[in-house]
Design a protein around this ligand. Structure first.
Ligand SMILES: Nc1ncnc2c1ncn2[C@@H]1O[C@H](COP(=O)(O)OP(=O)(O)OP(=O)(O)O)[C@@H](O)[C@H]1O
Length: 432
């Protein structure tokens, strides 16, 4: 045992010494070297000009390196080499953390601690982001990206107003503000869409119980939303084309009445009107109400009407307090209605089948290579981030929504007739 400890310590010491000699390069210098080896330099006569490190800044999420680049090279040239830069920074010859040797506790199991230091030598998973503003900025993000995170109720405590917990990113834990407007949610089967939707609904119910209204359209034939059915915030759960059409027509009608009231009262949007209520319409799965996908004549017509209502909600709903969350497993150009897509400022996508699907949803490839369930691309007008969304268990959902469950006669139990013009069925603004 003693021999084992000593020999391991000696080996560690030797590696440490050789590290001191050979790896004086910090990431900033390493980037320069990788770029040079990839041919990112220019020749002017006999002179070779390469990027020059101008400044580096320590950030919460890692380091930012700022370079001058020679005339003739562009951000695009460096972006083409992103993989080389990333792999170079994560090269297995990455130094062992010498600080860790200084922190060894000699009263504890030495062998175990040394093994840990060697183990962590291999888990470097730095990521990089490049941008240009006259100088080339390379962010080296060294915050670990977990392959799974569990939902904790404390996450809700950190949300303000209409924020919901979104997930861990390279920059820290993110929240999404539902006031941003409509969302497109995509992802191939079993990659985390439904878990995310359940997290979203649970968060809304918990955070704004008196001002949240939900219309849930679940056309995947599952029971994903059934546990929310009796929550007092839930207006309706539709599980087939007919009930989806009734639900959407009702939402559209309410929305138009609301718009009429806004016009009459000179209000520009829901904030100006001082109305706190928000109505979330969640559609999972969009392909099931797409007139381009359904074949029967009658079904096609109903799907067309659903799509018309959804387009209207997407077009004018945001300012009136309506938020569409439009989800699909099969985001083809046929399924993703253009008007709806254009009006969704936020896109969240889990892994997709291929780069074509990724381009339909995000206008760029990338979603096809997301590695694990729960890993997603989050795109807003502010930029693109990779996130790991929290996994929420059903028993946690039940605990959180329990105080909001009421036994009530539901609208969907009494359909399928068209909403009448009878006053009992109409939208009353005074109630809001
Ligand atoms: N955030 C997450 N973190 C880790 N694992 C997850 C996460 N979300 C989902 N998973 C895993 O993936 C499985 C499927 O998730 P989910 O039901 O959300 O899939 P889906 O994308 O909605 O699929 P489908 O469209 O076929 O219903 C879960 O049972 C769980 O094992």
């Amino acid at each position: 045992m003693l021999f084992e400890i000593l020999s391991t310590s000696v080996a560690a010491g030797l590696v440490g010494m050789s590290y001191l000699k050979t790896s004086q390069l910090d990431d900033g210098e390493k980037i320069k070297k990788i770029a040079f080896n990839c041919g990112l330099y220019v020749k002017e006569g006999k002179e070779i000009k390469a990027m020059q490190l101008y400044r580096k800044k320590k950030r919460d999420w890692g380091m930012e390196y700022i370079y001058r680049i020679p005339l003739g090279l562009s951000l695009a040239d460096f972006k083409k080499r992103t993989e080389h830069l990333r792999d170079g920074l994560n090269n297995r010859k990455n130094p062992i953390d010498l600080q860790a040797f200084l922190q060894i506790d000699f009263k504890e199991n030495l062998l175990q601690q040394i093994k840990q230091i060697f183990k962590y030598r291999y888990v470097s998973d730095k990521d990089i982001e490049l941008s240009y503003d006259g100088m080339l900025h390379i962010k080296v993000l060294d915050r670990h990206m977990p392959n799974q995170i569990y939902f904790e109720e404390a996450m809700l405590g950190q949300c303000i107003d209409w924020e919901i917990p979104l997930g861990e990113s390279r920059y820290g834990f993110l929240h999404h503000d539902m006031e941003r407007g409509h969302i497109t949610l995509a992802g191939a089967t079993r990659k985390g869409k439904t878990v995310f939707l359940k997290l979203l609904i649970t968060s809304l119910i918990n955070q704004n119980p008196d001002n949240t209204k939900l219309t849930l359209i679940d056309l995947k034939g599952g029971l994903a939303f059934s546990r929310f059915k009796n929550a007092k915030q839930v207006e309706m759960v539709a599980t087939d084309l007919d009930s989806a059409l009734v639900a959407l027509k009702q939402v559209k009608k309410e929305m138009e009445q609301m718009k009429g009231w806004f016009d009459k009262n000179g209000c520009e949007d829901i904030k100006e009107a001082g109305i706190d209520l928000r109505h979330f319409i969640i559609v999972d799965e969009a392909a099931q109400i797409s007139p381009n996908i359904l074949t029967g004549k009658e079904e096609k017509e109903k799907a067309r009407q659903c799509e018309e209502a959804l387009s209207e909600i997407a077009r004018i709903g945001a300012g009136l307090g309506y938020r569409l969350i439009y989800c699909s497993q099969y985001p083809t150009a046929d399924v993703m209605n253009k008007q709806i897509k254009q009006n969704c400022d936020t896109v969240i996508t889990y892994k997709l089948r291929d780069a074509v699907a990724s381009r339909v949803v995000l206008d760029e490839s990338g979603a096809e290579s997301l590695p694990v369930p729960g890993r997603a691309i989050y795109k807003t007008p502010d930029g693109v981030q990779i996130i790991q969304t929290p996994f929420i268990e059903n028993k946690t959902i039940e605990k959180i929504i329990k105080p909001h469950i009421v036994i009530k006669a539901r609208k969907e139990d009494a359909i399928i007739e068209e909403p009448t013009t009878h006053r009992g069925n109409t939208f009353e603004l005074e109630e809001m």
